[in-house]
Design a protein around this ligand. Structure first.
Ligand code: MN
Length: 240
């Protein structure tokens, strides 16, 4: 019985480059493994979305790693939507993996933090939600995850009550504080790690406060969390 595999010498096509994130004040690159996201994690945002305010298990979804967009890059208005929304979020970067991580131990698994924008095709997300279908087409599209550089825990500690805000052009659209999160960072890591084995390189978008709204080509988005690098990107016209 022939069990030997042939000696595979080359790929059919060149593998895509590994997605990575910049680290503030360093030439190091943070290789991205997966992008996890938490939905409806601020009460004021649950309210504006017409959701149920009773505390429920966190809503989890994901984006492809290559949806990440480096700070300052243009985002092309995505196809098949007429209602692209911004969602500023604290992003947690995992530095040490694990499964079934206790909330009390969770912060030891964090490498650092960044500001991210969970771009959302709201019309597709809403129609999928109403039909009981997955959110993927509303959330996991190309360039759907702009993120500023990571700050290490050594640089910024663990932000818990910092201001989080987002501006479109010169207008403040979102303005809240991290202590309004329904599920805290340790609780999110604990819950996620019961479903997936977390790996170094995982990113977790932790949910957005209220004030989400539409973006159109030509808009300039600026978003910040006190103590972290400000995220900036434009929206440019997409394919017709
Ligand atoms: Mn979100």
């Amino acid at each position: 019985m022939a069990t030997d595999r042939p000696a595979y010498a080359s790929y059919v096509f060149a593998p895509p480059p590994r997605t990575w994130a910049a680290v503030h004040g360093s030439g190091d690159r943070f290789a991205v493994h997966r992008i996890y996201c938490v939905g409806l994690n601020y009460a004021d945002h649950v309210r504006e979305m017409g959701g149920d305010l009773a505390r429920q298990p966190p809503i989890l979804f994901s984006k492809p790693a290559d949806a990440l967009v480096a700070n300052g890059s243009d985002v092309v208005y995505p196809p098949r939507t007429t209602n692209l929304h911004h969602e500023v979020e604290l992003v947690v970067a995992i530095g040490r993996g694990g499964a079934n991580i206790a909330a009390a131990d969770a912060l030891a698994h964090v490498y650092g933090y960044a500001v991210g924008n969970d771009l959302t095709r709201r019309d597709l997300q809403t129609s999928a939600h109403k039909a009981g279908l997955p959110w993927d087409v509303g959330k996991g599209f190309d360039q759907s995850a702009p993120m500023a550089s990571l700050h290490t825990v050594e640089q910024v500690g663990h932000p818990v009550d910092a201001r989080i805000w987002l501006k479109v052009n010169d207008e403040i659209r979102q303005d809240s504080t991290l202590d309004k999160m329904i599920w805290s960072v340790p609780e999110i890591i604990a819950e996620l790690s019961t479903l997936y084995t977390l790996q170094p390189g995982d990113l977790i978008f932790t949910g957005t406060p209220d004030g989400v709204g539409p973006l159109v080509p030509g808009d300039s988005v600026t978003a910040g969390i006190y103590g972290l690098d400000t995220l900036q990107h434009r929206i440019v016209a997409g394919r017709e």
